[in-house]
Design a protein around this ligand. Structure first.
Ligand SMILES: [Zn+2]
Length: 308
């Protein structure tokens, strides 16, 4: 292991044999000296095994919602904070968009977007997930890790922490956007634990299912090579109030330095008892999501959203 997969900073090993997802597997854990993100030595994962482990019963619930709820996208956003930015984004749109959901799983988000009249497609590396998605929602899904074609909106909710090369992942998605396209990325937020001084090691899905546990700075630095300028976005979702929300726009020739992190954490500092409740919740990291919204070029609808 040489450098941080997010920011290329130097790594320090903070654990020798951390328990892995599969019994009997152990992983050294590294922490970046620059961005404080944690990582393992990247490796391939068999996602069919993950889907078959049935630790994610809400996936089946979401299939039913997408099929039968009168407003499935709104309902997904109500049930899971990671879909709120998608819902908000879609609400600002006036025309059908060509959308790709990367790591689409069972396809309920794609189907919910199609029910809003968008031309949404999904890709996933799990053949089991794609089979389930196509069976339930029609042939809009394919087994792939890389986008084919160009899109107005690319969504990758809770995916970047699974990939072996998060910088390359962002680059690939950026290159698959139409002019004025947007990229929405969410990932569990390591800063949440740092903010309450828990000094936690890998409080996210066990390695190698998650290969990184990312801080705001790590996500910003990973996107920085693509000349994306970030704006601190103090508006936090009501039930997601201690998470970070980042807004980013491309500034290819005119990179805007990162704003200083807001020291006033009164609105982001949770009750110390809260995390335990959240960690026990079925949806796990529902409240621990870093959100980056990366926009390739000026986007009038979104700028209204940014500065409201
Ligand atoms: Zn780093």
């Amino acid at each position: 292991m040489t450098n941080c997969p997010l920011c290329q900073g130097n790594l320090r090993q903070i654990h020798n044999n951390f328990t892995g997802y599969i019994e009997g597997q152990y992983f050294p854990i590294f922490q970046c000296q620059q961005c404080q993100s944690q990582s393992i030595q990247s490796q391939e994962v068999d996602y069919n095994t993950i889907y078959e482990s049935e630790q994610y019963p809400w996936y089946n619930k979401f299939i039913e919602i997408a099929k039968h709820h009168p407003k499935p996208l709104k309902e997904l956003a109500r049930l899971s904070a990671i879909y709120k930015p998608v819902y908000d984004f879609i609400n600002t749109q006036t025309k059908p968009l060509r959308i790709l959901d990367v790591g689409c799983g069972y396809g309920y988000l794609v189907h919910s977007l199609r029910r809003e009249s968008h031309r949404a497609l999904g890709i996933d590396i799990s053949s089991k997930a794609i089979e389930t998605a196509n069976k339930n929602f029609g042939n809009y899904f394919s087994i792939s890790s890389t986008p084919a074609g160009k899109y107005d909106l690319i969504i990758a909710t809770e995916i970047i922490e699974h990939v072996q090369d998060p910088r390359g992942f962002i680059q690939q998605l950026m290159e698959s956007l139409n002019p004025n396209g947007a990229l929405l990325i969410t990932t569990p937020n390591k800063n949440f634990y740092d903010s309450i001084n828990l000094q936690a090691i890998w409080k996210t899905d066990l390695p190698p299912v998650h290969q990184t546990w990312i801080t705001r700075e790590g996500l910003e630095l990973a996107a920085k090579p693509f000349a994306v300028a970030f704006y601190n976005y103090p508006l936090l979702y009501a039930d997601n109030y201690f998470n970070l929300l980042l807004e980013a726009r491309a500034a290819r020739n005119n990179y805007t330095p990162l704003p200083k992190i807001n020291k006033d954490k009164t609105h982001t500092q949770p009750d110390i008892n809260l995390p335990k409740k959240i960690l026990k919740s079925k949806t796990g990291n529902r409240m621990s999501t870093v959100l980056a919204r990366i926009i390739t070029q000026d986007h009038p609808t979104l700028s209204a959203c940014v500065y409201k």
